[in-house]
Design a protein around this ligand. Sequence first.
Ligand SMILES: [Zn+2]
Length: 234
Amino acid sequence: MSSLGETKLFINSVLDLILPRFCCACKIKLSSDEDTMCKSCLSNIQKASKERLKREFDRKFLNNNIISDFFSPFVFEKDKELQLAIHSLKYENKFPVGIFLGKILANKIKTDRSDWNIDLIIPIPLHQLKKAERGYNQSFYIARGIGKILNITFSHRIVKRIKYTESQTTMTLNERAENISGAFRIRNKNSVKGKNILLVDDVITTGATISECGKILLEAGAKNIYAVSAAIAD
Ligand SMILES: [Zn+2]
């Protein structure tokens, strides 16, 4: 992570005395120069290499001509630091984890995808039933973290998820594509016309969800769709 400002560091050290902060993965107490995740956990997360990203893009997106480019900083590993962090974001109301991951993503986009011309950031929406069940959309916070650093507008109101889909974890790529087909609707087509849009998800597995969302944005007149996720999974 980029170094925290001195003021922030001072505020953290005072706050830490009153209300200690804990690592979102290993739950140990954070020091005042750490943000959300301790340095040790952060360094343990498997980074996605350039070769891995290229391979994943080819496998998930090359054939559908929807996603122009894709980036993810990390590889999802079961029972490891990133899964614990994402779990706390999704199920334990740890919103700052989303912002934290979004900021990491944004800084990587700046260096590794500086050719992207993003006009608008959109998190993959949850169906309102699922949102009601969970209370919030985890990708919303990741997108907000990205928007803050890149200083680009983000909106969670443009795309609506109109189909409730069951968990896709046991499905094949084709089954997932069929399951997710027709799941999204654009609320305001004018707001996406001619725009380069960055779609944000927490974890991209087969890419079926983000591709379906990208498809209807292109149909509504969007120019390019870029996709990012905090992690890629098999
Ligand atoms: Zn930790």
